[in-house]
Design a protein around this ligand. Structure first.
Ligand SMILES: NC(=O)c1ccc[n+]([C@@H]2O[C@H](COP(=O)([O-])OP(=O)(O)OC[C@H]3O[C@@H](n4cnc5c(N)ncnc54)[C@H](O)[C@@H]3O)[C@@H](O)[C@H]2O)c1
Ligand SMILES: O=c1ccn([C@@H]2O[C@H](COP(=O)(O)OP(=O)(O)O[C@H]3O[C@H](CO)[C@H](O)[C@H](O)[C@H]3O)[C@@H](O)[C@H]2O)c(=O)[nH]1
Length: 328
């Protein structure tokens, strides 16, 4: 059984669907704090609960034969981590400690961990590779880096096999139109622009146009959620079939787009005009984060299939069909 923590969330729900389609048995634990019951594939076993609840984890690990863990459960908003850092240290660090502890106790020694390019911090307009310095500038990035270090220590001392995946900015939706991104409130750029173009908000804010970038707005590397999920499947196969494995991979498209370029692309694809309002910088935002994903390409033969246009089109299809997201 593959245990998916946070499997009712945006990325987790896409991973659960793909795992099931590939024939894995899937068990999900999610406290539904930002996830949705209706995003869950009914073929998965679902346990509603918190990964911070040791007794619950103990029960689950005793009842089911868990082969590997995919750990998506986290608080993951850069801005919120600046105003409420302890929430991030608690949910991301302490609760991941809890997960690692129960895994080691029950001799479950395979984990795929969702990390982030926010672990790098300030990049000087270069492609980030896995050896680039990690000096996060927000508590979210710091909390994920601490978990990465805990996992690595468990690898060295207890033989825990791991692949840590540092995602860049994830976007898009499954082409079935059944699952997609729904956060309340939504803070991510692409869904925010599309929801605005659907008439859900009066304007789209650009947080800062005075960064040291070509058009003054932040640059990010966007990756389709389905490409990301494919990398999880390859990583899972690797940790299940090989040992020892202790690796970190970037998942991105090696291409940067500014906030302004994203808005322009959304306008072009939807054939609608956005009302843009410039606001001050959002605290904790690095100006430039673009991946070099060469390592995962070379070692796992992972090649992203989808373009920015595919991300925006699939997300647009999801939002148009589900303007209010999931109903539970
Ligand atoms: N979305 C991105 O662009 C992005 C980029 C880099 C990394 N990540 C990482 O990917 C993972 C998934 O992100 P997402 O965008 O799907 O977020 P999400 O908020 O949609 O999903 C997180 C899921 O975890 C659940 N959860 C949170 N805390 C929990 C807890 N204590 N116990 C049980 N369940 C809990 C939530 O209810 C939700 O279903 C996160 O770890 C995030 O840090 C996301
Ligand atoms: O309405 C908006 C929303 C965002 N932005 C800007 O667009 C860029 C991207 O912002 P997102 O909120 O979409 O994404 P982040 O880069 O802040 O963070 C996301 O990707 C990170 C990795 O870069 C993290 O891992 C995190 O989980 C995930 O939220 C930032 O410069 C942000 O300030 C706007 O200008 N207006």
């Amino acid at each position: 059984m593959i245990l998916v923590l946070g499997g009712a969330g945006y990325i987790g729900s896409h991973a659960v669907k793909e795992l099931l389609d590939k024939g894995y048995y899937v068990l999900v634990i999610d406290n539904l704090s930002t996830g949705h019951r209706n995003s869950l594939d009914t073929r998965a076993v679902f346990v509603e609960g918190d990964v911070g609840d040791s007794a619950l984890l103990e029960r689950v690990f005793t009842q089911y034969k868990v082969e590997a863990v995919m750990h998506f459960a986290a608080s993951c908003l850069v801005g919120e981590s600046m105003s409420n850092p302890l929430k991030y240290y608690e949910n991301n660090v302490i609760n991941s400690f809890n997960v690692l502890k129960v895994m080691v106790k029950h001799n479950v020694k395979k984990i795929i961990f969702s990390s982030t390019c926010a672990t790098y911090g300030l990049a000087e307009n270069e492609f980030l590779n896995e050896d680039s310095p990690t000096s996060p500038i927000n508590p979210y990035g710091r909390s994920k880096l601490i978990v990465e270090q805990m996992i690595h220590d468990c690898f060295k001392s207890y033989g825990l096999d791991y692949i840590i995946l540092r995602y860049f900015n994830v976007a898009g939706a499954d082409f079935s139109g059944r699952i997609g991104e729904h956060h309340n409130p939504e803070t991510h750029l692409i869904p925010n622009v599309l929801l605005h173009l659907l008439g859900k908000s009066k304007h789209i804010s650009i947080f800062g146009n005075d960064f040291n970038t070509a058009d003054g707005t932040c640059i990010r590397d966007y990756i389709h959620v389905l490409d990301l999920v494919e990398a999880h499947i390859l990583s899972l196969q690797e940790v299940l079939n090989t040992s020892p494995v202790g690796r970190v991979y970037n998942l991105g498209n090696n291409k940067g787009y500014s906030v302004k370029q994203i808005i322009e692309q959304c306008e072009r694809i939807t054939k609608k005009k956005a009302h843009v309002v410039y606001e001050k910088r959002r605290e904790g935002d690095p100006p430039y984060l673009v991946a070099s994903a060469k390592k995962v390409y070379e070692e796992l033969e992972w090649i992203p299939k989808y373009s920015l246009e595919d991300m925006i089109r699939s997300a647009w299809q999801w939002h148009k069909s589900n303007p209010d997201g999931y109903d539970s």
